[in-house]
Structures are given as structure tokens and as C-alpha cells.
Design a protein around this ligand. Structure first.
Ligand code: FAD
Length: 506
């Protein structure tokens, strides 16, 4: 497909305008509703859009309602802008590290934050064609802009129009959780909804929260020239991840020059002129940081308010979101929920899997279970931390005996030639078998590598099968084959020794 080339004279504003024409066309007119829809969807984020596309291509009559912008948080102020900024920040990190690769960068590196932000907008405008209201409409989806609200168990109202449905999906997403730190509201702070609008790189930045969002953006802003500190109230970053993976990340952030404050509470914030003065405490050690901006990434709150869910008999909790069963059905079996409004793990590819599942279950009486899917996720720091399936502690809690095969990236030729030999591949199997329970990859390209293990898990292939997969040499993904070879050695060695003994006895 021929890609649209952007002229070098286009400004950030032009990119934003172009994006808007796709994600919320200003002159949009809502269509006349059909008598009854097979499926009405609230929210055009990844969960809602993908479900609408799948359902329409299966021949269903579908309505999709969005109150703001198509693409939701992922496209507008999540995955896409953050990954674009991370890419630029990696370029700066590589330039600073050029000598280690035997290369010279002519003179000192000058950081150009506005150029990085402009590239982010250019990238977002380009991708916006895929999340366009017109595109969905052309696929046969009735697109409505406006605030959706249930008018009963089988009808939704938007902009004075009533959409009657056989099935509905609530995919209304989530918004950043607001901090309850004294003084922070008055001092002002950034979230993912405002950080990508910054015109200047903050000279000093405090990131509160050490989950994926906090770690990714702390590293990116540090590499773009901010003096960054990160405060996390837990003893490690990335709460659920394996300890050694979280440690590798913590070391990497510290090496970049980020001030690491684990086990640290933010007590209060006040301002002095343009500066924000933040008091923090780590156990009984109290200290103060002076910064120009604070970025808060402490999780999200589900969008459950204002939809009149009660009228539809859909049970929810303001913190936990909408309650669903494993088939993604809510307490009203005709209404499903998917994505950040109900999911514990907030990633859009979970939404992609959920979209298939909803179409199958809601429209074709399927019984697919979310828990049966092998869904990987990744934190896009350098190195990246990716995971799929069970963690060891989860397997043990279920009474499953675990055997782990680990390969350090420092044993992988391509990782050494690339100067990216930090990290590991760990694959957990049920002891005594080659059934893959889960895996963690901490490596520069972990997000790309984890898919091979997800494929094996989805297809029911064991670790032995991965040992028979040829990889081009040299690649970093060979670490997966090495782990699989390590498994095979444990099976073959006893058999081979037995055969040798029999032979020699003869
Ligand atoms: C900074 C950041 C980076 C991220 N990076 C990644 C990443 O790299 N990889 C990854 O997998 N995940 C990432 N995520 C997570 C990802 O963005 C979310 O998991 C994803 O957006 C959730 O999709 P969703 O469809 O459930 O909800 P959303 O994307 O939030 O969409 C919900 C939509 O519903 C609309 N809506 C809500 N209420 C109503 C109503 N009453 N009527 C009509 N419309 C309504 C909203 O306007 C919104 O457009 C990131 C998140 C952030 C914040």
C-alpha cells in the first residue's frame, strides 16, 4: 500500500487537525437509527472499535457510540503517542552511547523536544486513518457521536435518538486515577491526558507511580533531557512482574540517571514561584524534591458513571468497574463489557482478543472464555519486560509444580553483537512435562520475542516443539530456542545414558 507522505511544511497544528477529521469529524451527522440492532456498542476505543469491525464483517447490524474521539485512550493519549516519544528517546540514548559502538557523534548532542513532539503528532495523524469514523461507517457500522446512556435493559439513548438492541457491549474505558496527595491539585500535575501536549521538556520532572506508564515515560523524558525522579510506593517497579525482571528495569533506569525512590510515599506538594516542592518519605527517612512538573501514573478509574447502568441491570463498582463472568457477560446476560472498564489487565490487545470473544459469545451463542486465552503484554522500557501466561507464584498458588528454563541474553550471540545483552528469557513448564505455563522475557526486543511463546501456548505446542523451530542465525529470539534446547537436554540425557549403558553392557 502506498503511504501518504507528509510535507515538511505541515505544522503540529495541521497534524492535529488531520487527526481530528478522522477521529471526530466536526461536521458529522448521526444517522437515523435502525429498528433494532444486533449489537450496540458504547465507546470507540480499541475494544469497541474492534468488536464493531468484527461484528459488522460477520453480517451483524451494529451501532457504535463515541462521546469524544475514535481510538480512545490507546490511540489519543496512550500507546501511540508514548511509543512515538519512546522511539525518539531511544535515538538520543543511542547517540549518547555511540562511542561504545565504535561510532562518533560529531559534536555535543542538542535535544529538540518540540521536534520530538511534532514527530509524535505526525505519527498519530498518519495512524488516525485506521481509527477513522468514516472508515467504520464505510464498513456498515452506524456511527453515533454523543454521550450514550441506557434507557432500559434493551435500549440506549444518544443525542435524543433511541437505539434498541438484542445485545450491547459497554467498552467505555477508563480515565487516569486522581491522586489524593495534599496540595497536588493546587500545584498542578500532568497525567497521560496532558503530558503529550507539553510544549517544552520539563527541566526537572517527578514521576509518581512505577507501573508501565510511569517507568516508560520516566525513561523517555530522562533520555529527552529532563532530570527525572520516580517515586513508587511498592518495594519494586511493575508490581506483578517477576522480581528479577523488575530489578533489571530498576538498574536500567538508574543507569540512565533517573533518581529511583522505591518504597516511597509522596506526602504533600506545595509551590514556590514556578517550582513544585514535594515532600516524600521512605519509611522514616523524609526528604524533599524541587521539580518543575509532576507526572502522575498511579492507575486508572473505570468509566462507569453517567451511563445509567442501573436501568439496564448492569452491576458495577466505581473502583473495580463492571463485573463480568469469564464469557464477558455482565449481570444482564444480554449486555457484555470489555476493555479497561472491566478488565484487570489494561492492554488493547486484550481488547482485541475480547472483541473476538464478544462477537462469538454475544452474536453466535459461543462459550469462549477469556481465561482460556494466552494474552501477552509488554512494558516498553529499555530493556522491555514482556510476559505471557502464569507467573511462578500463580502456578504455585494453584498447586501446579513448575520447572523453569532460563537463558541469559549474555549467552545469545546476536544480543552481544547488538550491545543488548542485558536480560533473560525464562520459560515455565509444568514439571515432568513440556506444557508451557508462562514466560517472562526481559530484553531489548522482548515485546517482539514473546509472541513466539504466545503462539506455542495458543496452539497447544509444548516447549519440545519450540526446540524444533529453526531461527535465522544470529537473532535475539534464539534465546527461546536455547531455553527449549535446555528442556530437551533434560529429557534426552537420561534416555541416552540408559541406551549407552545397555549398549556397553552388551
Ligand atoms: C500512557 C499510556 C500508554 C499505554 N501504552 C500501552 C501499550 O503500549 N500497550 C498496550 O497494550 N496498552 C497500553 N496502554 C493501555 C491502553 O491504552 C488501554 O488498555 C486501552 O486504551 C483500553 O481500551 P478500551 O477500548 O477499553 O478503552 P478506551 O481506549 O479508554 O476507550 C473508551 C472509549 O469510550 C468512550 N466513552 C466512555 N463513556 C462513554 C459514553 N457514555 N458514551 C459514549 N462514549 C463513551 C471514551 O470517550 C473512549 O473513547 C497505555 C495506556 C496509557 C495511559
Amino acid at each position: 500500500m502506498r503511504q501518504h507522505q507528509l510535507s515538511s511544511t505541515e505544522s503540529s497544528n495541521d497534524y492535529d487537525q488531520r487527526e481530528l477529521l478522522n477521529v471526530h469529524p466536526p461536521d458529522w451527522r448521526n444517522p437515523e437509527p435502525a429498528d433494532r440492532y444486533n449489537l450496540v456498542i458504547i465507546g470507540a476505543g480499541p475494544a469497541g472499535m474492534l468488536t464493531a469491525i468484527n461484528a459488522a464483517s460477520a453480517g451483524a447490524k451494529v451501532a457504535l457510540v463515541e462521546r469524544d474521539r475514535f481510538g480512545g485512550a490507546c490511540f489519543n493519549d496512550g500507546c501511540i503517542p508514548s511509543k512515538a516519544i519512546i522511539r525518539t528517546s531511544r535515538v538520543y540514548a543511542e547517540m549518547r552511547n555511540a562511542e561504545n559502538f565504535g561510532a562518533q557523534v560529531p559534536t555535543g548532542i542538542s535535544l529538540d523536544f518540540p521536534a520530538a513532539m511534532e514527530r509524535m503528532r505526525r505519527v498519530r495523524a498518519r495512524i488516525s486513518r485506521r481509527v477513522s469514523a468514516h472508515r467504520l461507517s464505510a464498513m456498515g457500522v452506524d456511527v453515533f457521536f454523543g454521550e450514550a446512556r441506557f434507557a432500559g435493559p434493551d435500549a440506549i439513548e444518544v443525542e435524543g435518538k433511541r437505539l434498541r438492541f438484542k445485545r450491547a457491549l459497554v467498552a467505555s474505558g477508563a480515565r487516569p486515577k486522581l491522586p489524593s496527595i495534599p496540595g497536588i491539585a493546587a500545584a498542578g500535575y500532568l497525567t497521560n491526558e496532558s503530558v503529550f501536549d507539553l510544549a517544552e521538556c520539563p527541566r526537572r520532572l517527578l514521576v509518581i507511580g512505577g507501573g508501565p506508564l510511569g517507568c516508560e515515560l520516566a525513561q523517555a523524558f530522562c533520555r529527552l533531557g529532563s532530570q527525572v525522579s520516580i517515586a513508587q510506593d511498592d518495594p519494586m517497579f511493575l508490581g506483578n512482574e517477576e522480581r528479577d525482571a523488575a530489578q533489571i528495569l530498576s538498574d536500567a533506569l538508574a543507569r540512565d540517571g533517573i533518581g529511583i525512590h522505591l518504597n516511597t510515599q509522596t506526602l504533600n506538594v506545595r509551590t514556590e514561584g514556578n517550582q513544585k516542592i514535594v515532600d516524600l518519605a521512605s519509611d522514616d527517612y523524609k526528604f524533599t524534591l524541587t521539580v518543575d512538573e509532576i507526572l502522575v501514573g498511579i492507575g486508572s478509574s473505570p468509566n462507569v458513571e453517567g451511563m445509567n447502568l442501573e436501568a439496564a441491570g448492569v452491576q458495577f463498582d466505581k473502583e473495580a468497574g463492571i463485573f463480568t463472568n469469564d464469557y464477558l457477560q455482565t449481570s444482564n446476560p444480554q449486555i457484555y463489557a470489555a476493555g479497561d472498564v472491566c478488565s484487570e489487565k489494561k492492554f488493547p490487545h486484550i481488547e482485541a482478543a475480547a472483541a473476538d470473544l464478544v462477537v462469538h459469545n454475544a452474536l453466535f451463542s459461543g462459550r469462549e472464555r477469556l481465561s482460556a486465552l494466552a494474552i501477552p503484554w509488554c512494558t516498553y522500557t529499555d530493556p522491555e519486560i514482556a510476559h505471557v501466561g502464569l507467573y511462578v507464584k500463580e502456578a504455585r498458588a494453584k498447586g501446579i509444580p513448575v520447572k523453569t528454563f532460563t537463558v541469559m541474553m549474555s549467552e545469545v550471540d546476536r544480543a552481544i553483537t547488538d550491545g543488548e545483552d542485558e536480560g533473560f528469557v525464562k520459560i515455565h513448564v509444568r514439571e515432568g512435562t513440556d506444557k508451557i505455563l508462562g514466560a517472562t522475557v526481559a530484553a531489548s526486543h522482548a515485546g517482539e520475542m514473546i509472541s513466539e511463546i504466545s503462539l506455542a501456548m495458543s496452539a497447544g505446542l509444548g516447549l519440545g516443539a519450540l526446540a524444533r523451530v529453526s531461527h535465522p542465525y544470529p537473532t535475539q529470539a534464539q534465546a527461546i530456542k536455547l531455553a527449549a534446547d535446555a528442556y530437551l537436554a533434560t529429557v534426552r540425557r537420561p534416555t541416552r545414558n540408559w541406551i549407552l549403558r545397555q549398549w556397553l553392557a552388551w
